[in-house]
Design a protein. Structure first.
Length: 223
């Protein structure tokens, strides 16, 4: 679990293809790695990667076929800069929002402009996740927790304030840049609840609206 508050900008120092999937070596730059052990999670451009080996400059991680299919890591190369965040601790401040490190889709920057001291980006999302994005809601873009300005069909706009620009890789984004998107986890659970799934007990299908304490007791769920 992460917050979307970037701790350091690192870069890819090695890429190795491994029998259809990939291993990445990440140089973590100023990220404090003194408390990181094998098996820990580090969000790398918003993708939760597991540390499999520590080096003097950073860490190695496996990237599965599933991750390669749903992210832009299939085209990542040595020298590419990445946003880094270590996993959330119980004692940490929740400065951004709840981020899982599981990418929902790939977006594309379609506009970039200056907006006073901020950089304004317009990003187009894939159709299957666009309906999760709400004006003034939270979204994670390459691991960065951001607030959505407004939404127009499948695109949305963001303001990158100077601090975020200086401490993430978002300042380098131009029209055509592909980015990892993770929608607010709350919206996904709300959609599931609104679908009102039914409960199947034996051969009987009970609509959710008919499920109450008496019905649960009848089928042995309560004693």
């Amino acid at each position: 679990m992460f917050t979307g508050i970037i701790e350091s900008v690192g870069y890819i120092s090695a890429v190795q293809l491994q029998q259809g999937d990939m291993q990445l070596c990440v140089s973590t730059a100023a990220l404090d790695m003194s408390d990181v052990v094998i098996g820990d999670s580090i969000a790398t451009n918003g993708v939760c990667l597991t540390v499999i080996k520590l080096t003097a400059q950073g860490f190695w991680a496996d990237v599965s076929v599933e991750t390669l299919v749903h992210t832009v890591f299939a085209s990542i190369k040595v020298g590419d800069k990445v946003n880094l965040e270590k996993a959330l601790l119980p004692s940490s401040r929740m400065g951004g929002h709840i981020v899982t490190g599981h990418v929902d889709g790939i977006g594309e920057v379609i506009e970039r402009s200056q907006d006073a001291r901020s950089v304004k980006l317009v990003v187009r999302a894939q159709h299957n996740i666009a309906h999760y994005i709400a004006a003034k809601g939270s979204i994670t873009v390459d691991g960065v927790s951001l607030t959505v300005n407004d939404v127009q069909q499948t695109s949305f706009s963001l303001n990158i304030v100077p601090h975020t620009a200086q401490n993430t890789v978002l300042i380098d984004y131009q029209v055509g840049t592909k980015v990892h998107l993770e929608v607010d986890i709350i919206s996904r659970y709300l959609e599931r609840l609104l679908q009102k799934p039914s409960l199947t007990v034996g051969e009987e299908v009970i609509p959710e609206s008919a499920i109450d304490l008496a019905k649960l007791a009848e089928f042995g769920f309560l004693k």
